[in-house]
Write a protein that binds this ligand. Structure first.
Ligand SMILES: CC(C)(COP(=O)(O)OP(=O)(O)OC[C@H]1O[C@@H](n2cnc3c(N)ncnc32)[C@H](O)[C@@H]1OP(=O)(O)O)[C@@H](O)C(=O)NCCC(=O)NCCS
Length: 248
């Protein structure tokens, strides 16, 4: 299990949207993927809850080895994993927490929720043409209708929420099996705990991934009432430990 060099974990922002969408395409079947609009919303309103794992490349020729560089030598950052969350008013994930409030003014997306061409990288355009059409399926449209009739919570992110809902965890296929998802999630849990961001973190996962999330610290609360994308999910929850480390 050799890990790539020059890994960097940092909060995501809207300039990363094209790479985030690329990972969503490689990570999830069409009906489980977040739309560009949902990603833009989350990266705009709560970037601190969205964490990216990058591989950095440096331009070592641009500075002499004897001098301190007077500018950043980072040439490229390739996103190979992400965790994307919002804050919720409930303790477990619900459909409302995944949605975008109607008053959100999108800059980067078309009216159908897809990303405008000017914000797409060459790599995303290539991925889209080699993958199936990414427009919403009929199933998704049907679920949208169902959701509208049974809403309990306000839509989207809520700064006053005590629980972070993680809506996406993905590692790029070529980097899987190297414990990078474990690395990214442990880093996320540690930061959210030590910075007092929330009291707990919740996510949905299929039964085959319960052991993986349990290994990172989540508890299995059983089959979820949330039937996102028409699938059966487990509610996974971790209570964050805010104990301060003893000062020397
Ligand atoms: C799930 C995913 C994020 C794991 O990434 P990863 O970096 O390969 O995970 P790790 O190397 O940290 O794996 C940790 C453990 O989980 C297990 N695991 C990972 N993916 C698994 C899968 N699809 N099914 C069953 N077990 C899995 C690994 O075997 C490993 O177990 P081990 O510790 O006993 O060896 C990655 O497979 C992925 O992006 N999948 C597609 C998107 C997805 O399903 N995300 C989860 C949404 S809830």
């Amino acid at each position: 299990m050799s890990r790539p060099q020059h890994l960097c974990i940092r909060p995501l922002n809207v300039t990363d949207i094209s790479q985030v969408l690329g990972l969503e395409i490689t990570g999830f079947p069409k009906h489980e993927r977040a739309s560009a609009l949902r990603i833009e919303y989350r990266l705009s309103v709560c970037p601190e809850l969205c964490s990216g794992l990058f591989i950095r490349e440096f331009d070592n020729n641009s500075v002499s080895s004897k001098e301190l560089p007077d500018h950043s030598t980072i040439k490229k950052e390739t996103l190979i994993g992400h965790v994307i969350g919002t804050k919720m008013l409930s303790e477990t994930i619900n459909n409302e927490s995944m949605e975008v409030p109607s008053d959100f003014k999108s800059v980067m997306c078309n009216s159908d929720g897809t990303l405008k061409d000017e914000y797409k990288t060459k790599e995303l355009k290539e991925l889209e043409t080699s993958n199936e059409n990414i427009e919403p399926t009929e199933d998704e449209v049907h679920q949208e209708e169902e959701k509208k009739s049974a809403r309990t919570y306000p839509l989207g992110h809520h700064d006053s929420g005590k629980t972070i809902g993680i809506h996406s965890v993905v590692i790029s296929p070529e980097y899987r099996g190297k414990k990078l998802a474990s690395l990214l999630l442990k880093d996320y849990l540690q930061k959210m705990s030590q910075q007092y961001v929330s009291e707990s973190i919740a996510l949905l996962c299929k039964s085959k991934l319960v052991p993986f999330y349990s290994g990172v610290g989540f508890s299995d609360k059983g089959v979820s009432a949330c039937k996102f994308a028409g699938e059966e999910w487990h509610d996974m929850v971790v209570i964050l430990d805010h104990e301060e480390e003893d000062e020397e």
